[in-house]
Design a protein. Structure first.
Length: 663
C-alpha cells in the first residue's frame, strides 16, 4: 500500500498538472504561425483527398532534418484524419503532451533527488532529519512546477509544429526513466537491469530522433546522470562496462557526427544562406545562452517572443562588449559546476545539463540564432541547479533552520505563482492571432519577422482593398521592408497584394527586391516568397501587367546570376519561363541545369519529366520516371509517379495516333 506521504505527493502532482492544462486553455483558440503553414496548412499531403488515399506520404512529408521526423508527422496525420486541421485540437494534444512530460519530469526528478539523499547522507527518504531544508518529494514538486509553468515553455506547446520538440522530449524522458530503472536493478543486484538500460538508451533515442533530431541528446543526458549521480557503480562497485557502453552510444557517434558536419561549417558552405558566419554565430550564441537563463529564471513580458531576429549580431569578443562578458560567465558557471560536483551535485548536474542540452543547437551548426523552444528540456537543468543551490543551506540551529525553510519555500512558491500568471497571460495573447501579432510587433519593434507577421495578419483580415485595415497592413508591410535585416518577403508581399487587387505596382518595390537579392543570402523563406509571386501569376490570383511580368523576369535573372549553383533558384526561373512567358525551350534548359546541380531532388526530376512529356521527348521522360522511382525510397511518391507514367502513356498513344492519321 502507498504511504500517506506518497498519496499526498501524487495528489499534489495531479493538481499541478491540471493547473498546467487550465493555464494553457486560453491559448487553444489561437491560429497557425510561421512553420505551421509550410508543414501542415500548405502541405498538399495533408489535403483530405490526398491524406485518405496516401496516408503514408503524409508521414514523410515534412522535409525537416535528415529524418523527416515521421513520428511527429504521424501524430499530425492521425489528427488530420479524425479532426481535420483545425488548430485547437492540435494545440490541445500539444498541451496534453506537455502535461505528460511534466509527469515524467517529476518521476525523474524524484528519483534523482531520492538517490542523492540516500547516497550522500545515508538516511532514508522518510527521515524527519533533512540534509536539505526540504525533503526530496517537496523539492521535486517545486522543480516540476517551475519547469511545467515557466513562460519560456509556451512556444513548445502552443506553436503547433513544435510538437516535434515536446514529443521528442517525451521519448527522451521515457528513455531516461527506463535507463534509471535498469541502473537501480544493477545497484540492488536484481535481474533485468541491462536490457532496461539498453532499451532506454537505444530505443528511447531512436524514437526521440524520429520525432525530432534533438532526441540524439538522450545519451548525453544519461551520461550526466551516470557521471555526476550514479558514478558507474553497481552492487559490487564500479562497473567498467559503462566505459564501453558510452564509448559505443555517445562518444564514437558524437565524433562521427562532428566529423560529418564540421567541415561544411568551417569552409563556409553550410552558412551560404545565413546572414552570419561561423565565428559570428559562436560569438552571438554566448549572449543568447545568457539571455535564455534570464528568460527562464526571471522572464519579463517584453523579453519573451516568438521572434528574436532583432538580436544584435556579435562580430567580435567586444562587439558588443557583452559577448566576452557572456562567455566569461558561461565559463565561470561550468567551472563552478565541475568544482562543486561532489559537494553540491544538484548544482553541477543542473548547470552541465543546461549547457549540454544546447551543445547541438547553440554551437557550430548553421541554425537560426534564437528560439525559445530550444530550452524545453535544458530548462530542467536550470531549476535543478537553482533550487538545489537555494535549499542546500542547512543551519544547525533548529529555529534558524525553520525560519530559513519558511522564507525560501515561500519565495520559490511565489516565483512559481508568478510563472503561472505570466504563462496564462501569454496564453491569452496567443489565443487571438491579431492580438499575438500586435503584441509581438509592439514589444519587438525592430524585429522584421514580428513586423511582417502583423502586416500579414492585417492584410488577411482586411475585407477588401478599400478598407482602412488593408491600408494599415500595406503601410506596416512597407515599414517592415525598410527595417535593418529584413528579408525580401515584405517587398514580395507588397507586390503580391497589389497584383491580387489589381493595384499599381511601384517600380521601387521591384528595385528594392532586386537590391536585397544582390546583397543578401537567399534563405529558404526568400526563395519561397519569390515562388509565391510566380504561382500567384500562374493561378490567376495575381493580375500582372506586361511591365510586371518583365520586372519579375529581370528579378529572376538577377537571382540566378547571383546564385548560379542554387538549384532551387534555377528552378524558380524555369517555372517562370514555362508558365508565365511560355518559353519552354529555356525552361527545359534551366530544369536540366537544376537536375545537374541537385540530382537527388525528386521534385526537380518531376518538373523535368513534365517538360519532356510536353515537348514529346518520350524516351527521355521514361528515363526520368525511372530516376524518380529510384528516389522514391519510402514510397511516398507512388501516386505521383503512377500519374506521371499514365500521362506519358496517354501522350505517347495520342502522338502515335496523330502520326498514323497523317499517313
Amino acid at each position: 500500500m502507498s504511504s500517506p506521504n506518497a498519496l499526498r505527493e501524487h495528489w499534489i502532482l495531479l493538481v499541478l498538472l491540471f493547473l498546467g492544462l487550465l493555464i494553457y486553455l486560453p491559448g487553444l483558440s489561437g491560429g497557425y504561425i510561421l512553420d505551421d503553414f509550410g508543414n501542415l496548412v500548405e502541405n498538399t499531403a495533408f489535403a483530405p483527398v490526398t491524406l485518405h488515399a496516401h496516408f503514408w506520404a503524409a508521414i514523410w512529408s515534412s522535409g525537416s532534418g535528415p529524418t523527416d521526423r515521421p513520428l511527429s508527422m504521424l501524430t499530425f496525420a492521425l489528427q488530420d484524419w479524425f479532426t481535420g486541421l483545425a488548430p485547437w485540437p492540435l494545440k490541445l494534444v500539444n498541451v496534453l503532451i506537455h502535461a505528460a512530460n511534466g509527469f515524467l519530469v517529476f518521476r525523474l526528478t524524484r528519483a534523482v533527488l531520492g538517490f542523492i539523499w540516500r547516497d550522500r547522507h545515508g538516511i532514508a527518504t522518510t527521515s524527519s532529519i533533512s540534509p536539505w531544508l526540504i525533503g526530496p518529494s517537496t523539492l521535486a514538486l517545486l522543480i516540476t512546477a517551475a519547469w511545467l509553468l515557466t513562460p519560456i515553455q509556451l512556444t513548445a506547446v502552443l506553436y503547433v509544429i513544435q510538437r516535434m520538440e515536446s514529443l521528442s522530449a517525451l521519448f527522451v524522458l521515457g528513455g531516461l526513466l527506463l535507463y534509471w530503472q535498469g541502473r537501480m536493478r544493477l545497484l540492488n543486484g536484481q535481474a533485468g537491469g541491462w536490457w532496461r538500460i539498453l532499451a532506454g538508451l537505444l530505443g528511447g533515442t531512436t524514437l526521440a530522433v524520429l520525432a525530432k533530431e534533438t532526441g540524439v541528446m538522450l545519451p548525453v543526458y544519461a551520461f550526466l546522470l551516470e557521471w555526476l549521480v550514479l558514478r558507474g557503480r553497481v552492487s559490487a562497485g564500479f562497473e567498467p562496462k559503462f566505459v564501453v557502453l558510452y564509448a559505443l552510444v555517445l562518444f564514437l557517434p558524437g565524433i562521427a557526427g562532428v566529423l560529418y558536419t564540421l567541415p561544411s561549417a568551417l569552409n563556409g558552405t553550410a552558412y551560404a544562406s545565413r546572414p552570419f558566419d561561423l565565428a559570428q554565430r559562436l560569438w552571438t550564441e554566448g549572449r543568447v545562452l545568457i539571455d535564455y537563463l534570464h528568460w527562464i529564471i526571471a522572464p519579463t513580458p517584453n523579453a519573451l517572443n516568438l521572434y528574436h531576429d532583432d538580436i544584435r549580431l556579435s562580430t567580435g569578443w567586444f562587439s558588443p562588449w557583452t559577448t566576452a562578458a557572456s562567455w566569461a560567465l558561461i565559463t565561470g558557471l561550468i567551472g563552478m559546476a565541475l568544482w562543486l560536483k561532489k559537494r553540491v551535485p544538484l548544482f553541477a548536474l543542473g548547470v552541465l545539463w543546461f549547457f549540454s542540452g544546447h551543445a547541438l543547437v547553440s554551437t557550430y551548426l548553421p541554425l537560426e540564432l534564437v528560439y525559445e523552444h530550444r530550452n524545453y528540456l535544458p530548462s530542467w537543468g536550470v531549476f535543478i541547479a537553482l533550487f538545489g543551490l537555494v535549499f542546500a543551506w542547512t543551519p544547525v540551529d533548529k529555529e534558524r533552520r525553520n525560519i530559513m525553510r519558511t522564507l525560501l519555500f515561500s519565495t520559490v512558491l511565489g516565483l512559481i505563482v508568478l510563472y503561472a500568471g505570466f504563462t496564462e497571460l501569454r496564453a491569452q495573447i496567443w489565443g487571438n492571432p491579431y492580438r499575438l501579432a500586435y503584441f509581438q510587433a509592439t514589444t519587438h519593434p525592430d524585429s522584421p519577422r514580428a513586423s511582417y507577421d502583423l502586416a500579414r495578419t492585417m492584410l488577411i483580415m482586411a475585407p477588401n482593398a478599400q478598407s482602412p485595415l488593408f491600408q494599415m497592413g500595406m503601410a506596416q508591410m512597407a515599414k517592415t521592408a525598410d527595417l535593418p535585416g529584413a528579408s525580401l518577403e515584405a517587398e514580395q508581399a507588397l507586390i503580391f497584394m497589389a497584383a491580387k487587387h489589381q493595384l499599381t505596382i511601384p517600380t521601387e518595390w521591384w528595385t528594392k527586391l532586386r537590391i536585397k537579392i544582390e546583397n543578401q543570402p537567399l534563405s529558404a523563406e526568400s526563395i519561397s516568397g519569390i515562388y509565391g509571386l510566380i504561382t500567384c501569376g500562374i493561378s490567376g490570383i495575381c493580375h500582372y501587367p506586361q511591365v510586371a511580368i518583365n520586372e519579375l523576369g529581370k528579378t529572376l535573372r538577377i537571382a540566378v546570376a547571383k546564385n548560379p549553383k542554387n538549384a532551387a533558384v534555377v528552378t524558380l526561373y524555369a517555372n517562370y519561363c514555362a508558365n508565365i512567358t511560355h518559353d519552354f525551350t529555356q525552361a527545359y534548359q534551366l530544369m536540366q541545369r537544376a537536375v545537374a546541380l541537385d540530382p537527388k531532388k525528386y521534385d526537380y526530376w518531376k518538373n523535368l519529366v513534365t517538360l519532356q512529356i510536353a515537348g514529346g521527348q518520350f524516351a527521355d521522360a521514361q528515363a526520368g520516371i525511372e530516376r524518380m522511382r529510384e528516389l522514391n525510397g519510402k514510397g511516398v511518391h507512388d501516386a505521383s509517379i503512377a500519374a506521371m507514367q499514365h500521362t506519358l502513356l496517354e501522350k505517347e498513344a495520342s502522338s502515335s495516333a496523330k502520326a498514323g492519321a497523317k499517313k
